[in-house]
Write a protein that binds this ligand. Sequence first.
Ligand SMILES: NC(=O)c1ccc[n+]([C@@H]2O[C@H](COP(=O)([O-])OP(=O)(O)OC[C@H]3O[C@@H](n4cnc5c(N)ncnc54)[C@H](O)[C@@H]3O)[C@@H](O)[C@H]2O)c1
Ligand SMILES: [Zn+2]
Ligand SMILES: [Zn+2]
Length: 366
Amino acid sequence: MRAAVLEEFGQPLQVQEVELAEPRAGEVLVRLEACGVCHTDLYTASGADPSGYAPAVLGHEGCGIVEQVGEGVRDVAAGDRVVTLFSPQCRECIHCLSPRTNLCLAIRGEQNQGHLPDGTVRLSRDGEPIRHFMGTSTFAEYTVMPEIALAKVDPEAPPDRAALFACGLSTGLGAAMYTAGVEPGSFCVVFGAGMVGLGAVAGCRLQGAERIVCVDLSQDRLELARGQGATDLMVGGPDAVAEILEMTDGFGADYTFEATGNVAVMRQAVEAARMGWGLCTVAGVAGKGETLDVVPRFLITGRRIAGSSFGGVKGRDQVPELVRRYLDGDLDVDPFVSHRMKLDDVNHAFELMEAHDGIRSVIEFS
Ligand SMILES: NC(=O)c1ccc[n+]([C@@H]2O[C@H](COP(=O)([O-])OP(=O)(O)OC[C@H]3O[C@@H](n4cnc5c(N)ncnc54)[C@H](O)[C@@H]3O)[C@@H](O)[C@H]2O)c1
Ligand SMILES: [Zn+2]
Ligand SMILES: [Zn+2]
């Protein structure tokens, strides 16, 4: 099959023929239909991520069709449409059994090393092993993944939009719906209007927030936020906190969300949260070694900070529910697909991302 291989950090991905072995016990062969291109792919390709490895097939925002299942696979069958989950859900570990977290423990160690759960790989080239990125490797015509990392979605879901639920969109939606659990009538502020921030705006709206302020540096992106339900748009900068305090009688917002990855903005999100009960949810990924600087008085006086990985979404149970809400017309996903392209143009998707051109590029197969 054809796949985009990260050969060397800082170099373009190389689209080439590689071999993919049959699925083993508990594994599934998926034929990719569509795959979004996310910052994490670029971050790893650039070499900035200290835990990255090569050679590897990148990609983690995939949607496709099950072609074949390995021994013991029960929950998906050939012909099912599935969304790939870099954050799996085994339904058995101590974290999966708790409603308080989505951080499944089942395969973390092997996944972080680029292996499938049994410690081996299915990808190779002339006998040389190639590693699986984030347990997904969806910049490829096919992938083999563990059953616990696939969400079976409605077969009517269009794959180019369903793919967005594999990472950024679900992260934003979930930050508002599951991590923060925004209450109806709330005052919310979302910093960042990329895929994650726009998802958080939509999540606040679905939860019945009364005011949703979106803060970004780009006017075009702020307009997209209005389409997702933002009631107020604000150009970011050093005055953002003061402006939010002014809008809230000096108290701050019930819920704030950070979706920029910038630690200075994370601090603003903490300081813009309401004294007494304001909850700041951090979804952005900071650079290596960066720290969040917070004056402890903000915490003593009742503000809380929560981190959110994949929006707290328990993938196999909740990604299908979020896709269902899209199909029911509760969510407008179409504006997020800015560019459609073939696998051969994956490096162009990285260039568009670096130029802040569009929300998501989606690779389409076939
Ligand atoms: N927690 C998770 O599981 C998870 C999943 C996916 C992505 N992420 C992270 O979430 C973050 C956002 O991802 P994205 O795909 O939406 O990125 P993006 O780059 O498309 O969006 C970030 C937005 O932040 C805005 N911004 C930058 N500086 C700002 C400032 N000072 N004030 C206000 N806005 C500012 C930018 O204009 C941009 O629109 C990234 O750090 C990404 O790595 C986390
Ligand atoms: Zn991602
Ligand atoms: Zn688990």
